[in-house]
Design a protein around this ligand. Structure first.
Ligand SMILES: Cc1cc2nc3c(=O)[nH]c(=O)nc-3n(C[C@H](O)[C@H](O)[C@H](O)COP(=O)(O)O)c2cc1C
Length: 448
């Protein structure tokens, strides 16, 4: 068993503003952070000062938000943002998502491997199948059934790995005197032909300092678990409570064992969001301020909250600054289809107003801690010691001050408690993630 004394942290950067779509209006934020690469670089440098193991950029190739009040959810281009960060940092890992459904494996292999070489071995690829119909439409396609998406993903990852290994580790000779740039006997085509994808290779890129990028995965169901177990060293997940997180982590570990791997070589990252302030009340006020920047969304949030507790709520029916009247709450129940429902119901039964309950983040994509640095550290400690996850993907509400506050106020508490490292252990992402060296494709045939 891995010694579970230290957690690891990934900083989720996404569009550059933070978790909340309205973060661009927060005083102090550069409203144009979306196109300002300095903004990514500054946040990444802060994260590096805090010894974060990596930054992570989730991406779906689609413009899905309402650009009236909201920012785009994803960056202009993740690889270009990471390239800017790579040139200005030295230690922090650089991980981005690229879809196996809508990209040729050759392009994926080339982009990630080039960045891995440029950054001296700090890169990871989050391989996802992408099931958003609007993303599919951007490629003139429709979302296909899950089996086909995952069959494609297996082919894609194997071809990408094989291309990454298409130079033997000592192929780049750089022999100036002998006039031999590289040893062509050690640079070979891969000649892989699958049902959906094929590639001849080789890639025009030598090995990086970590051999090749680290593979991550995020996705659902039995097929997602299988993909993770077979290839991934990191898995991004979105559990909402400790019990389901533990179950998911065990399932991921068992899947790795089924593919003949050591379960400690696959690390589950649980997503979590935070709003920091010196008191819980101030943190909740910060979240209410963010909510007020986007008032058009409030009616949707209120009716969604209603669906979580089996009560038809609307802004016309209730005063959102007051507790829900007892006669409306008497038949409320936690909707079993949404794991966030029990927390929402508990807060409403405690007599909090609808606005306060929403400010607690009960309908956010990940669990939310709105509170003091100690409360945030307590949450991370509890999940980590309960073996709910191996790592965290942390998402600030607003990046411009949230990253600095986390680094200056939460990291020292985690370090003091012996839960987080004080120095980078190695140079490459593999070394810093404590995962084994891999090079090229392991021994599996296409779609076996
Ligand atoms: C934690 C998590 C993170 C994800 N991140 C991304 C992402 O960055 N980009 C993307 O296109 N899809 C992302 N997905 C969605 C998957 O690609 C896939 O579309 C989704 O899991 C639904 O399909 P499936 O259940 O068949 O896997 C993510 C899914 C999960 C669970």
């Amino acid at each position: 068993m891995e010694k579970r004394s230290k957690m690891q942290l990934a900083l989720q950067m996404i569009s550059g503003y933070g978790a909340e779509f309205s973060a661009w209006r927060m005083p102090g934020t550069d409203p144009a952070a979306y196109t300002n690469m300095d903004s990514y670089v500054e946040r990444a440098k802060l994260a590096e000062q805090g010894k974060f193991q990596m930054i992570f950029i989730a991406v779906t190739p689609v413009l899905s938000s309402n650009l009236g009040p909201q920012t785009p959810m994803f960056p202009m281009d993740p690889m270009l943002a990471l390239m800017a960060v790579a040139r200005e940092t030295k230690h922090i890992g650089l991980v981005a998502t690229l879809s196996t459904t809508f990209n040729y494996p050759y392009n994926i292999a080339r982009q990630f491997k080039a960045l891995d070489v440029i950054s001296h071995g700090r890169v990871g690829w989050n391989a996802v199948t992408t099931s958003d119909p609007l993303a599919a439409a951007n490629f003139g396609a429709r979302v296909t059934e899950r089996k086909e998406r995952y069959d494609k993903a297996h082919e894609s990852i194997q071809i990408v790995q094989a291309l990454w290994g298409s130079w033997e580790s000592d192929a780049w000779t750089l022999d100036v005197e002998g006039g031999k740039f590289a040893d062509m006997d050690k640079i070979q085509p891969i000649n892989l032909q699958g049902q959906y994808y094929a590639s001849r290779g080789p890639l025009p890129i030598p090995p990086s300092e970590q051999g090749q990028p680290v593979i991550f995965q995020a996705g659902g169901g039995r097929e997602g678990l299988e993909l993770a177990g077979k290839y991934a060293s990191g898995v991004y997940a979105n559990p909402y409570d400790i019990a389901s997180a533990r179950e998911h982590r065990q399932a991921i570990r068992q899947s790795a064992v089924r593919f003949g791997r050591n379960p400690d070589d696959i690390k589950m990252f649980a997503g979590f969001m935070f709003s920091l302030a010196s008191t819980e009340e101030e943190a909740l006020n910060r979240r209410k301020q963010l909510m007020n920047f986007n008032p058009q969304e409030i009616p949707n949030r209120v009716s969604y909250l209603g669906s979580m507790i089996g009560v038809p709520l609307s802004v016309n029916l209730v005063d959102i600054d007051k507790p829900i009247p007892a006669d409306l709450l008497k038949n409320a129940y936690a909707n079993p289809r949404d794991p966030r429902s029990p927390i929402a119901l508990k807060l409403l039964l405690q007599g909090l107003s609808v606005r306060d309950v929403l400010a607690h983040g009960v309908i956010n994509y990940h669990p939310v801690v709105a509170g003091t640095p100690t409360q945030v550290a307590d949450f991370l400690e509890e999940w980590f010691l309960a073996e709910a996850c191996d790592r965290f993907s942390v998402v600030p509400d607003v990046s411009f001050d949230g990253v600095a506050d986390f680094v200056n106020q939460v990291i020292p508490i985690l370090q003091e408690r012996g839960l987080f490292h004080k120095e980078y252990e190695g140079k490459t992402l593999r070394e810093n993630m404590s995962i084994p060296y891999e090079y090229g494709m392991r021994e599996y045939g296409i779609n076996e």
